[in-house]
Design a protein around this ligand. Structure first.
Ligand code: BTN
Length: 321
């Protein structure tokens, strides 16, 4: 009901609409409308109420609900249902629980704050309230589980393009980070439930440090992590970035499902790679080795070369420049 009222107020932005008219449209009592308006005000919607004129929306809060993201969204399926939480342990954990209960492909879980945000390799992911994008996309692709890592490349390409569309030129650090001015602003954590030959579902978790302040980061990550706000010196619109990312994700994901390749995503990951042409450190099975990053294959593996010129392909791993 709240969503429906916001929609009506937004359709009539700058104009008054009477409580009676809203109640007629939604088929509920005027008292119920009044109660919902009160709730919306508490959520931060600035609504002017004048007797005999009705209600007028003056401004919306900076929250990332479906109603707020919708104006930026042009997808058919991805993000058509957004489950929004003010505070949650982790959108990936919630996404997996929802998927276990049958939630469908394309559903997106978004939180204003995560109290137990998960990074890769068991790390924590700092997720302060209202300052970042903490979201997880539920997918049920009919693909070989071996191909699941390709979804991370699709997500990385979508985040890059979503940011580029608002003039932010970032780079992709294979396989799952986005960096701005050399520091990490986004991490992707793709989790899978399935068997050897069949995927039940995937949950693609995307964390973006949008408007985080320097002091929000724990001291130990300050050297490597940053936020878009810190780098640009101004706040960015989380709603618009989410919309852009989901639009791009749907396009690239559909290309994969329809054509069976991730050509467009890989082109983006290659062109914007921060690794290619550089000496990198690869941490694998507790060992650190140095290689030259040469290219990314059409299927998303990183091609590296050792001092003797021997070429290897890496499927996944922890790398640093
Ligand atoms: C990384 O270590 O780089 C991956 C970080 C992934 C963080 C995101 S935030 C939304 C989703 N929910 C989580 O708990 N983690 C992912």
């Amino acid at each position: 009901m709240k969503e429906a009222i916001i929609r009506i107020l937004k359709e009539n932005e700058e104009e008054f609409i009477s409580g009676q008219e809203i109640s007629n449209k939604l088929n509920v009592s005027r008292t119920a409308i009044w109660k919902y308006i009160k709730l919306l005000k508490e959520e931060g919607y600035n609504i002017d109420s004048v007797s005999r004129k009705g209600y007028r929306l003056l401004s919306s809060p900076d929250i990332v609900t479906y109603e707020e993201i919708k104006p930026f969204l042009n997808t058919k399926n991805i993000g058509k249902k957004i489950i929004h939480f003010d505070s949650i342990n982790s959108t990936n954990i919630k996404g997996k629980a929802l998927a276990d209960n049958g939630e469908e492909e394309g559903v997106v879980v978004i939180a204003e704050e995560q109290t137990g945000g998960k990074g890769r390799l068991g790390r924590n992911w700092v997720s302060p309230k209202g300052k970042g994008i903490w979201m997880s996309i539920i997918l049920r692709p009919n693909i070989d589980p071996m191909d699941a890592t390709k979804i991370t490349q699709i997500a990385a390409a979508s985040v890059y393009t979503g940011l580029e569309e608002i003039g932010i030129e970032s780079h992709i650090k294979w396989p799952n980070d986005i960096v701005l001015n050399g520091k990490k602003i986004c991490g992707i954590l793709t989790e899978m439930s399935g068997e050897m030959i069949k995927i039940n579902y995937l949950v693609v978790g995307i964390g973006i440090n949008a408007n985080i302040d320097y002091n929000d980061f724990p001291k130990e990550v300050r050297e490597k992590a940053t936020s878009i706000k810190e780098e640009l010196g101004k706040e960015v619109s989380r709603k618009q970035i989410i919309g852009n990312i989901l639009n791009n994700f749907e396009k690239l994901y559909n290309e994969f499902l329809e054509k069976g390749n991730i050509e467009s995503s890989i082109k983006i990951c290659r062109d914007r790679s921060i690794l290619i042409g550089k000496k990198i450190k690869i941490i694998s099975k507790g060992k650190e080795i140095e290689r030259l990053a040469v290219d990314i294959t059409d299927t998303g593996e990183l091609i590296v070369k050792d001092n003797l010129g021997e070429i290897t392909k890496i499927i996944s791993g922890e790398v640093s420049v």
